[in-house]
Structures are given as C-alpha cells and as structure tokens.
Design a protein around this ligand. Structure first.
Ligand SMILES: Nc1nc2c(ncn2[C@@H]2O[C@H](COP(=O)(O)OP(=O)(O)OP(=O)(O)O)[C@@H](O)[C@H]2O)c(=O)[nH]1
Ligand SMILES: [Mg+2]
Length: 318
C-alpha cells in the first residue's frame, strides 16, 4: 500500500485519502509503513489552525461546518473536516456519516471531509485523528476542523488536540438539555448559541446571557476571555464573526507564545498517555505478567493486599 509522498505534499487528494487509510489499517505492516510516512511528513505538518467543534446531537454541527467551511474556502483557505466519534467503534460512528448537510462543502476542491475512524488499539480514535490531522496539514490544508459529539471523553480528547475549542449550544435549554457536562465550559474558547433565528431569537439571547454569567464566574488560566456569541448556521448569520474571533485568538496566541507552548504541551501529554497505554498493552500480552496481574487482581478484590502494593509487584516483575 505505497503512498506517494511527493503527491501527498503537493496536495493530491487521492494520495491523502490513501495515507489516512494506511494509518487506519489494523495490519502490522501497514502500521509500520504509516509511522514511517508520518515521520517523513512531520516537518511539513503543523501549518494550520486546528479548531475543535462540539455540541449535543441536533445542535447544528454539520450545518455549521458546511456554512463555516464554505466561508473559509471563499477566503482562500483549504479546509479539512475530521471527526472523533467513539460511539460506534464498528461502523466508524454516526457523525459525518451524513454528508447530506455538507453537500456543497464536500464537493469543493479545497475541502476534504473524512468520517470518524474506528478505534484502534493504541490511543484509540484520537490517535488516528491526530495522524489524519498531520497528513492533512502536510497536504496543505490550513484549517482543520475536528467535529465531535458529547460522548464519553470525546470533548476532552478533541480539546487536547486543537488550538481553539468551539462549543455550540441550543437556544433556551438548560445545561442538562445541552448535554453539557461539568468542565466543558472550562474547555470552551468560544460558545456559539446556534439557531438564533426566527422565533428562537429571544430564547437565544436569554441563553447567551446565561452562559455569559456562567463564564464570568469561571477561573480562566489563559490570556483569552471566552465569548458567547449568537449565530445561525442555517441562515449564515455571524459565521464571519466567529472566524474573526478565531483569527484574533490565533494572532494573540502566536504573539504571546501560548500557541506554540500549547501544542508542545499537547504532544508531551499525548506521548505520556501512549506510554501508559503501551505498558498496559504489553503487560497484558506477556503470559507471565498476565498471570501475575490476574493473581494480584484477585488478591486486591479479596482484600488480601492493597492496590498500591499489588501495582508495585506487577510493575517490579515487569
Ligand atoms: N433554525 C435553524 N435550524 C438549524 C440551524 N442549524 C441547524 N439547524 C437544523 O437543525 C437540525 C440538525 O442539524 P445538524 O447540522 O444535522 O446537527 P448536528 O449537530 O450535526 O447533529 P448530529 O450530527 O446528529 O450530532 C437540522 O434540521 C438543521 O436544519 C440554524 O442555525 N437554525
Ligand atoms: Mg452532524
């Protein structure tokens, strides 16, 4: 499954699609090839703004990405849309399965849309999405949109791989209805209340004030003060303004060094996460270690030893 690296770097879509397929392959040989390819293209990656987009099902993510992506393309950008959907490991998830709401965007030469990978062994869906992101950047895509739904840990995983995190909300719904978990507001760099059109307008303004208040009492550790804006993906309202906000964030973050520091920290964190996972995978693969693990599990559940001591014994033996 040879990928033409030159073609990939020239922005050839078929080479890009093939490269991503290679990273998603479960075959050991493909995995090795993929890692070599990634190392080769790494110096050509990174020249993009990575934007995470989340929101409860039906909030309008697909509609928003369609409008937003078309706006960006008009500005001369090349837009890649990736998805992180851990909900359905076999089918590859539901989001972006419907390209119907991105019908126009998906036909653009300067747009590349890729549905969620299914989870792999090491690092899961997030690992593959990170790899796809690097490949898209190497192929010249300078805006990467990573879509996710509020399932499991997916918002956290996406927030950990992007420069800017956009949370879409519905008008006039409490936190429970938004599917908002505690902590999500702390991840948001901007909240956009979507569907702020027609009869929803007043309700949207109400929701806007609600989240403005909620954000005001949060502790921000960063230079950036998240805003709450209204938009209508369907009518194309305020799409332009949201891009302006992201641009402004990027400019400030690059100037004050946050941008580079954040990416470096993300890579470091991810490396450690993989180290932890890899140790666990190897441990469970080794027959002797596996037996010891089982033994320790039994003893811990019976209350014969402490989790602390059991963990030490396992790791020492390994
Ligand atoms: N009035 C109004 N309707 C909208 C807007 N954006 C999306 N919708 C509608 O809301 C419904 C859901 O939109 P989607 O874009 O599919 O939402 P989604 O978040 O991608 O949903 P999932 O993929 O199921 O998570 C569709 O019927 C859209 O037409 C908007 O700005 N205003
Ligand atoms: Mg959708």
């Amino acid at each position: 499954m040879a990928v033409d690296t030159d073609k990939l770097l020239q922005g050839n879509r078929r080479a890009l699609a093939k490269a991503i397929t290679l990273t998603e392959s479960r075959r050991a040989q493909h995995r090795d090839e993929a890692q070599l390819l990634l190392e080769r293209i790494l110096p050509h990656s990174g020249n993009s703004i990575r934007v995470g987009i989340t929101g409860t099902p039906g909030v309008g993510k697909s509609t928003f990405i369609e409008a937003f992506g078309l706006h960006l393309i008009k500005q001369g950008h090349k837009v890649a849309v990736l998805a992180v959907d851990p909900s359905s490991p076999l089918t590859g998830g539901s989001i972006l399965g419907d390209k119907t709401r991105m019908e126009v965007l998906s036909q653009q030469d300067n747009a590349f849309i890729r549905p969620s990978p299914s989870g792999g062994a090491l690092g899961g869906v997030a690992q593959k999405t990170r790899e796809a992101m690097l490949l898209c950047e190497a192929a010249g895509y300078d805006v990467i949109l990573v879509e996710t739904v509020g399932v499991g840990q997916s918002e956290y995983e996406v927030a950990g791989m992007v420069d800017f995190f956009l949370v879409l909300m519905l008008p006039n719904a409490g936190d429970e209805l938004q599917g908002i978990k505690k902590g999500i507001l702390e991840l948001a760099d901007t909240i956009a209340v979507n569907k702020a059109d027609g009869d929803n307008r007043l309700a949207a303004e109400h929701t806007q004030r609600h989240y403005q208040n909620a954000l005001a009492i949060l502790q921000h550790h960063s230079f950036w003060e998240p805003e709450v804006v209204l938009c209508s993906a369907l009518e194309g309202q305020n799409i332009h303004e949201i891009w302006d906000i992201i641009r402004s964030f990027e400019q400030q973050a690059r100037e004050n060094g946050h941008f580079q520091r954040n990416r470096a920290a993300q890579n470091k964190e991810w490396m450690w996460r993989l180290v932890h996972e890899l140790i666990e995978i190897r441990l469970k693969r080794d027959p002797a270690a596996r037996q010891l693990c089982n033994e320790m599990q039994t003893r811990v559940t019976r209350g014969e030893t402490t989790p602390y001591l059991a963990a030490h014994r396992i790791v020492d033996a390994f």
